[in-house]
Design a binder for this molecule. Structure first.
Ligand SMILES: Cc1cc2nc3c(=O)[nH]c(=O)nc-3n(C[C@H](O)[C@H](O)[C@H](O)COP(=O)(O)OP(=O)(O)OC[C@H]3O[C@@H](n4cnc5c(N)ncnc54)[C@H](O)[C@@H]3O)c2cc1C
Ligand code: SF4
Ligand code: SF4
Length: 505
């Protein structure tokens, strides 16, 4: 057996490598995949630079409220090792993780173990350390445009707050629509806004790159026959997930966008932008069957009288316990799963109701009316990544997802570049977390055992503390988790009890 692995590191004896290796990793893309990899590496002792092009880290998961198969928010369960705290906040607090939101990689040079990454930091025009999230800027901003996350269902402003749970919790200005009127600057109580903020270019020396740029939802307008963007009551599954969320456009109520009334007949169309070569997406997005089942379950819980029909090609519920979950949803009263291909939707001009034309299982052409339709959109690769992929000499498949080794799916074809999450192919959160963990393990193998102390980190530094003379004030927060905890624990009694404890304020 050789003494060294293919990265030149000694096997097994923990003595580290002979070559000079930079023991930090840059994780590109800070969705649940990137956060999982970053936390595992940081816990092991490596330095991590966690970069995301978005103004806050967290990725798509921050747009979802409840996730299958538990129908819980689930974020708190994703932390490696123990179910304790939200990974987004853990990433923010971890001493070994440096978060770089609103940043893009513009160049990489060097060899595995010794790379230099050039990063462009986009100006957010708001100083993160001064913004208190008071929202006064958005109140006075005169520029209205569709919300970045909810689409046409909710209007947003040129200055906006990234999703509620994203980190850093600070506003950002979209200069593509901002008129530089200065009204926000005038009202900001902390002088956080700087309309002259400039972009920066910074270089980071790292040992390895870990790519987790995730996916983008298929643009439903490309399926013109379904009328998304033209018909008021046709929404995408992302918009519908937001509707089901307490922090979403309708605050956990299903409402027709046209008249804000509750629909009675709701249809879902699965595989929109999946298994469809006519739009260049011949692959299964693997998650839509299950997230549709989740959306049906949550919608029925919110509005038990809803009549729901799901149009599907076939059901691919292949994860642990997924079949059981699906069977329970399909058996709910008022829920019908219909195997049929929907060919077109037409809108009634007066009522804004929708007529669905479909080919039934017996081959006959049928039509049925609904009040609202949800398009279960598939996954496409992150478009902005193509350029970086080319710069890294990264093999991509015909659809644009990253090609990896069959037996070590965390390894890209480019040496020293590892991959995790939906960027490799569409996948759900549990699978994403598993793959991201494998990618972190591979990065650790590449970098060799951690040498202590880490360069730039003073292991003996005493963290700053507050005024030790002051009496401690303890805050207790009780989360109902939309009944998930509240149904099992008497939160009122617990609040009474906690309120009586010493130092609890
Ligand atoms: C409507 C809907 C509902 C869903 N519901 C569920 C569910 O209930 N349960 C479940 O298990 N799964 C669900 N999923 C799937 C889930 O969203 C994905 O499995 C998960 O988000 C994948 O995580 P990720 O980190 O790989 O990607 P993402 O969450 O997409 O994160 C990728 C991150 O990379 C960043 N990025 C992209 N390009 C770049 C770049 N060039 N440079 C820097 N950063 C970049 C992005 O800004 C983003 O923050 C659902 C998906 C959809 C569409
Ligand atoms: S007014 Fe200033 S402090 Fe308040 S949210 Fe806007 S930028 Fe932040
Ligand atoms: S400067 Fe831009 S962000 Fe600020 S209030 Fe005017 S339009 Fe809105």
């Amino acid at each position: 057996m050789a003494d060294h692995n293919e990265y030149g590191n000694e096997r097994g004896n923990g003595r580290g490598n002979d070559v000079q290796v930079n023991q930090s990793v840059m994780v590109i893309g800070a969705g649940i995949a990137g956060m999982q990899s970053a936390l595992l590496l940081a816990e092991t002792g490596y330095r991590v630079v966690l970069l995301d092009q978005a103004p806050g880290i967290g990725g798509s998961m921050h747009l979802l409220d409840l996730t299958f198969p538990t129908d819980s928010c689930g974020l708190c369960l994703m932390l490696p090792g123990r179910a304790a705290y939200c990974p987004t906040i853990e990433c923010d607090l971890h001493a070994n993780i440096e978060i770089l939101p609103y940043a893009e990689v513009v160049g990489v040079r060097g060899e595995p173990g010794d790379l230099t990454v050039t990063v462009r930091r986009k100006p957010r025009y708001v100083h993160v350390d001064r913004c208190t999230n008071c929202g006064r800027c958005a109140e006075v901003c005169p520029v209205e445009r569709p919300d970045r996350y909810e689409g046409a269902l909710k209007m947003g402003k040129a200055i906006y707050r990234p999703p509620t749970r994203a980190i850093p919790p600070a506003y950002v200005i979209d200069m593509d629509v901002c008129t530089r009127c200065g009204k926000c600057v005038a009202v900001c109580p902390t002088e956080a806004i700087d309309l002259e903020m400039a972009e920066e270019t910074v270089e980071f020396p790292v040992g390895a790159l870990l790519l987790s740029p995730g996916f983008e939802p298929f643009d439903a307008r490309r399926k013109g026959e379904f009328g998304f963007g033209r018909y008021d009551n046709v929404v995408t599954s992302i918009q519908f997930d937001r509707m089901l969320s307490i922090s979403g456009s309708t605050g956990a109520t299903v409402l027709r966008p046209s008249d804000h009334t509750r629909p009675r007949r709701l249809a879902f169309i699965q595989c929109v932008g999946s298994r469809d070569e006519t739009v260049g997406c011949g692959y299964c997005s693997s998650v839509c069957c299950m997230y549709t089942a989740k959306q049906v379950a949550v919608a029925k819980k919110l509005h038990p009288n809803l009549e729901i029909t799901v149009f599907y090609m076939d059901i691919r519920a292949y994860g642990k316990d997924f079949d059981t979950y699906f069977d329970q949803v399909a058996a709910l009263p008022g829920v019908t799963y219909r195997r049929a291909m929907v060919s077109a939707i037409h809108q009634y001009q007066q009522t804004r109701d929708l007529a669905l034309q479909f080919v039934a299982e017996d081959g006959s052409l049928r039509e049925e009316d609904f009040d609202m339709v949800v398009l279960a959109v598939g996954f496409v690769p992150p478009v902005g990544f193509r350029q970086l992929g080319q710069a890294l000499d990264l093999p991509l498949n015909t659809y644009g997802f990253c090609v990896t080794d069959t037996f070590s799916p965390q390894e890209s074809g480019s040496p020293g570049v590892l991959v995790g999450g939906a960027f490799r192919e569409p996948k759900d959160i549990p699978e994403t977390v598993v793959e991201a963990s494998a990618a972190a393990a591979e990065a650790a193998r590449l970098l060799g055992p951690v040498k202590r102390p880490l360069p730039g980190v003073d292991a003996h530094a005493v963290p700053p503390t507050g005024d030790l003379e002051a009496w401690p004030r303890v805050g207790v927060f009780l989360c109902d988790c939309r009944g998930e905890i509240g149904e099992a624990v008497d939160l009122e009694a617990l609040a009474m009890y906690a309120g009586g404890l010493r130092d609890v304020v």
